[in-house]
Design a protein around this ligand. Structure first.
Ligand SMILES: *Cc1c(COP(=O)(O)O)cnc(C)c1O
Length: 399
C-alpha cells in the first residue's frame, strides 16, 4: 500500500486535501466515516495487547477513532505540528490543555481581549482549582513580561483579537515565554493555518475552535489542540479519560471542511479587505478596525506573520449605540448573531452581546465603544454585503 500518511514536502493546499486519509481495503476515494463506539479483536491475546498499549490500534472511540484520526493528522500537517488531539468543542480544547499542563498554584498570563467563554473558563473554573490568570494588553510585550512570575506556566493569546483586530508579534512572545521557561499557546481560530502558523513562529501549542473556519459552513461544534508529541500526549490523556472527545460525524465534516480551507480563507480575506476600505470611506463610519488597513497600528507586524488579515472587522458608526443598532436592524441579509467563521456574513453589537458582561470601565479599557459594530465577512457577493450595510449607514446620515 502507498504511504500517504506522511506526505513529505507537500504544500499546504495539497495537505488540506490529501493528508491523513489511510484508504481502507474498500479502496474508497473520499474519506469514510466510522460511526462505531468500540472495536473488536481477533483473540483474547490481541485484546490484551491492545488494552495495554503494547500493540497500537483502536479500542474505544473515546480514545481513538479512525475518522477522528484522519482529521487530527490533517490538521497537524496543516499547522506543522507533530500531533493533534481533536475535542468536542473549542472550549474543551482549552480546558483539556489547562487540565493537562497546569496544577493548583500555577498562573496563566493572557491577552485581555480573549473570547468571552475563555475568560469565564480561566476566571471561574480554573480559578476554583487555584489557577489564576492575569490579563495584559495584547500588543504590549513589556506588559506580558511584567506579568510573568515564578508561578507562571502558560501564556495564552488570540491574535488578531476580536473585534479590534489587534496583533502581537508571536515570535517575540514565544522568545519571551521560553526565556522564562513558560509555554505559549495561540488560539488560531480567526486565521487558521491557511493564514498563520504559530508553531513555525515558536509557539508551543495551537488551539482551535473547529466550529469556525475549519468547517466554515456553520454545521458542527468541535475543537483541537496541536503541538509536540510530548505535550499532546498529556492533552490526549485528559481527553481519553475525562471524555471531551470529537464525534466521528463531526470529524468527517471538519475533514471535508479543511479541503476548501485555503480557498475559502483567500476569498474571506478579499471580501473583508474590500469591505473595510468601503466602510472607511463611508461618512457615517468614524473608524474601521482591521489589520489589513495600512493605518492599523500593527499592520506591518500582521503582514510579517500572517498570509492574510482574516475576515473579522470592527467599525464605529456615528450616534453611538443607537446608531450601531440602527445599522444592524436595517440589514435584510446579514445574519444577526455573535457567531463567526461562516460563509454567511454575520453582524453583532459587541457592547451588548459578546462583550455585554464587561463593566463600562472594562469596555472602555478594551476599546469596545458604544457605536462599535462587528462584522465577520462571509462569501456572499461583496455588492450584496455592501448594499445591506448601506441601508442602515445611509439612513444615519439622513436622520
Ligand atoms: C468560538 C471560539 C472559541 C470556542 O470554541 P467553541 O467551539 O465555541 O467551543 C474559542 N476561541 C475563539 C477565538 C472562538 O472564536
Amino acid at each position: 500500500m502507498r504511504d500517504e500518511s506522511n506526505p513529505q514536502g507537500w504544500s499546504l493546499d495539497t495537505l488540506a486535501i490529501r493528508a491523513g486519509h489511510e484508504r481502507t481495503f474498500e479502496q474508497e476515494h473520499s474519506e469514510p466515516i466510522f460511526p462505531t463506539s468500540s472495536f473488536v479483536y481477533g483473540s483474547a491475546a490481541e485484546a490484551a495487547r491492545k488494552f495495554s498499549g503494547e500493540e497500537p490500534g483502536n479500542v474505544y472511540s473515546r480514545f481513538t477513532n479512525p475518522t477522528v484520526s484522519t482529521f487530527e493528522k490533517r490538521l497537524a500537517a496543516l499547522e506543522g505540528g507533530e500531533r493533534c488531539v481533536a475535542t468536542s468543542s473549542g472550549m474543551s480544547a482549552i480546558l483539556a490543555t489547562a487540565l493537562a499542563l497546569l496544577s493548583s498554584g500555577d498562573e496563566i498570563v493572557a491577552s485581555r481581549s480573549l473570547f468571552g467563554s475563555t475568560v469565564s473558563l480561566f476566571d471561574k473554573y480554573l480559578g476554583k482549582l487555584g489557577i489564576t490568570t492575569r490579563y495584559v494588553e495584547l500588543s504590549n510585550l513589556d506588559a506580558w513580561e511584567a506579568a510573568i512570575t515564578p508561578q507562571t506556566r502558560l501564556l495564552f493569546v488570540e491574535t488578531p483579537s476580536n473585534p479590534l483586530s489587534e496583533v502581537v508579534d508571536i515570535a517575540a512572545l514565544a522568545e519571551l515565554a521560553h526565556q522564562h521557561e513558560v509555554l505559549l499557546a495561540v488560539d488560531n481560530c480567526f486565521l487558521t493555518p491557511a493564514l498563520q502558523q504559530p508553531l513555525a513562529l515558536g509557539a508551543d501549542l495551537v488551539i482551535h475552535s473547529a466550529t469556525k473556519y475549519l468547517d466554515g459552513q456553520g454545521r458542527a461544534v468541535g475543537g483541537a489542540v496541536v503541538g509536540s508529541h510530548a505535550l499532546l500526549e498529556e492533552v490526549f490523556g485528559v481527553v481519553r479519560t475525562c471524555g471531551p472527545c470529537m464525534s466521528p460525524f463531526n470529524a468527517w465534516i471538519f475533514t471535508k471542511g479543511l479541503e476548501t480551507l485555503s480557498l475559502r480563507m483567500r476569498a474571506h480575506c478579499e471580501n473583508a479587505l474590500a469591505l473595510a476600505q468601503w466602510l472607511q470611506a463611508h461618512p457615517a463610519v468614524n473608524k474601521v478596525y482591521y489589520s489589513g488597513l495600512p493605518d492599523h497600528p500593527q499592520h506591518e507586524q500582521a503582514k510579517r506573520q500572517q498570509k492574510g488579515f482574516g475576515a473579522v472587522l470592527g467599525f464605529e458608526v456615528i450616534n453611538g449605540r443607537e446608531g450601531a443598532w440602527q445599522v444592524i436592524d436595517a440589514t435584510r441579509m446579514l445574519s444577526i448573531t455573535g457567531n463567526l467563521g461562516d460563509v454567511k456574513t454575520t453582524i453583532t453589537h459587541p457592547g451588548t452581546t459578546t462583550h455585554g458582561r464587561l463593566s463600562e470601565a472594562q469596555k472602555e479599557a478594551a476599546g469596545i465603544a458604544e457605536g462599535l459594530v462587528r462584522v465577520a465577512v462571509g462569501l456572499e457577493s461583496l455588492t450584496d454585503i455592501k448594499r445591506d450595510l448601506a441601508l442602515g449607514l445611509d439612513s444615519l446620515l439622513s436622520d
